[in-house]
Design a protein around this ligand. Structure first.
Ligand code: ADP
Length: 543
């Protein structure tokens, strides 16, 4: 017997319709590449996203056709999110920090029909348009009078002229909620990038779960600033969660330095921000240098790579801001776990609480996870044993776009994350490493994240990466690569002394090297593969 409730498909268009009907006045504030601050609201975004839909209809795009964006966080990008998906096409967000060749490769692989870009990226587009064989319409995200005449790019139109010709009187089509909605490519540190293709259903379920109190706790009283780009796993789903709850959105555009982000947070009453750890280094440097506090910001979501406990502590003790440490991946839409305390943990002394907050947190409803040993046997949740982390759920990938790489799932429909982790009795996940970053010393594993977290608590250290270096006796030994804070002084011996008593002796790095900068990938994560290549010949004092 079936239930007797109405059967409405979970479509992304219902999010913007809901926001426009119930929160038309809630603001969407954007720092534009033009430099000014632009103010819009859900009512306007809904109307203009319908104009986007009309423009795509006029081009004759079919359901499921891909429309790419190469853009910062801003209101036009948000309109594209809703207009493209609402009309049944697929929004393909491309990371502009990739090399031009990679961007062209991805656009061709996705068979993008339209590519919309911020003017900042005009030089990239000038270099690649000839190679993007499927793109038939280029759209510059600007006013008609800002479009240079002599770009040489065929079929180029200014966004405002493009959508200006369309009516906002548009009825969203209805279709199967399992239809494709958005496409994101993984960064492809090994081999070619692969596409994760989200559906309307997976996106809405992810938005519901992400908005829950023990996840990101989104509400109509929030003012949300995603520093995490809309091209990095849909800004972790925040644009959808914000529309669902009617939260104000504040978009930083291209101005991602500490001062610009801080000024925006204060001016727009931001209550919650989100980003990878490296972006908060700039913000905290700025606030520390100028003795600044946050008037309204009370929580910040940090994920994408391990958030150093020193950063969580600094936010808590100096700024009264709670860090929500989150873990996920492109293949998971991306949310998997978020770290919020259970009742008994709220009573713990501050230091013990910090140890919990430094973990990646508990699974949000919808994500089922387990850890297994090398033979696939499930390991206990004892907080001690670590193994390969597997996940499954309705917003986790079942196969890559175009079937690339074959079936990624193992028995039981589990997706292997490539992460090594432990889970404690309270269900808190702790990522030890990415499996390819683990350091194998004499048959024992050393967690590079543990070593880095300790190094980051040293007052002279701005950023630290712990990598494996080949060793004649132990196979591999850890080397600590350190970027110092401006004007800070420290010797390798001083840094190493800082590890005493904090970690087993054999886990302490064999050596420390100082560098001017640590290479960051397109999403702001440390590129340890590059460091391993750079230091593979490093002569360890123990070798
Ligand atoms: P890419 O490698 O393509 O940038 P993702 O952005 O999807 O892919 O990165 C997912 C990976 O990032 C995870 O598998 C994990 O290794 C790492 N990661 C994400 N969040 C955290 C976190 N809070 N702590 C440690 N590692 C994390």
């Amino acid at each position: 017997m079936l239930g007797q409730m109405q059967d409405h498909p979970l479509l992304i268009s219902t999010l913007i319709d809901h926001a426009a009907k119930n929160h038309p006045e809630a603001e969407i504030v954007s720092r534009r590449v033009e430099g000014d601050l632009h103010r819009s609201n859900y009512g306007q975004v809904a109307r203009r996203s319908k104009q986007v839909a009309g423009a795509l209809d006029r081009l004759g795009l079919a359901q499921g056709d891909r429309v790419a964006t190469l853009a910062w966080n801003g209101y036009r990008h948000l309109e594209l999110y809703f207009g493209i998906t609402g009309s049944g096409r697929v929004v393909h967000t491309i990371n502009p920090r990739l090399l031009p060749d990679q961007i062209a490769w991805i656009a061709n692989h996705a068979e993008d029909q339209v590519l919309c870009f911020d003017m900042t990226f005009l030089p990239i587009v000038k270099g690649i348009w000839k190679h993007c064989t499927t793109v038939r319409q280029w759209v510059a995200l600007c006013d008609a009078d800002k479009l240079p005449a002599d770009t040489g790019i065929p079929n180029l139109v200014a966004y405002e002229a493009w959508i200006g010709a369309e009516s906002a009187d548009y009825t969203w089509p209805s279709f199967d909620e399992r239809s494709a909605a958005a496409l994101c490519y993984t960064s492809g540190t090994t081999g070619n990038p692969k596409g994760a293709l989200y559906s309307h259903r997976s996106t809405l379920l992810h938005a519901y779960a992400g908005a829950l109190p023990d996840a990101l706790n989104l509400s109509a009283r929030d003012s949300i600033l995603p520093v995490v780009p809309m091209f990095h796993v849909n800004a972790w789903g925040l644009p959808y969660g914000a529309a669902m709850t009617g939260a104000k959105m504040v978009f930083p555009g291209a101005a991602l330095d500490g001062k610009s982000v801080y000024d925006l947070i204060e001016a727009e009453g931001v209550t919650m921000a989100a980003g990878v750890p490296t972006v908060w280094l700039g913000l905290l440097n700025h606030t520390a240098q100028h003795g600044l506090k946050f008037r309204t910001m009370r929580r910040t979501v940090i994920g994408g790579s391990a958030c150093p406990p020193a950063m969580i502590q600094s936010f808590r003790d100096e700024y009264d801001v709670t860090v929500l440490h989150a873990w996920g991946m492109t293949e998971m839409s991306p949310l998997g776990t978020v770290c919020t305390l259970k009742p008994a943990q709220t009573q713990l002394p501050a230091a013990q609480q910090l140890a919990v907050m430094a973990k990646q947190g508990r699974a949000i409803y919808g994500v089922d996870m387990k850890i297994v040993d090398a033979d696939g046997n499930e390991l206990p949740w004892d907080g001690q044993q670590s193994g390969d982390l597997l996940v499954r759920g309705p917003w986790i990938i079942s196969s890559y776009f175009k079937g690339e790489g074959g079936n990624p799932l193992v028995a039981g429909g589990w997706f292997p994350t490539g992460d090594v982790a432990s889970i404690d009795a309270d269900g808190f996940l702790q990522i030890t490493d990415r499996s390819k970053d683990v350091i194998k010393s004499g048959g024992e594993w050393i967690s590079s994240i543990d070593v880095e977290n300790i190094a980051m608590a040293h007052p002279a250290v701005a950023m630290a990466a712990c990598i494996a270096v080949p060793h004649p006796k132990w196979d591999e030994r850890p080397l600590l690569v350190v970027m110092k804070k401006p004007n800070a002084t420290a010797t390798p011996a001083e840094i190493l002394a800082h590890f005493d008593g904090k970690i087993a002796k054999w886990q302490i790095p064999d050596d420390v090297v100082f560098v001017d900068g640590i290479p960051l990938g397109a999403t702001g994560k440390m590129q340890k593969n590059k460091l391993r290549e750079q230091f593979k010949g490093h002569a360890l004092p123990t070798a």
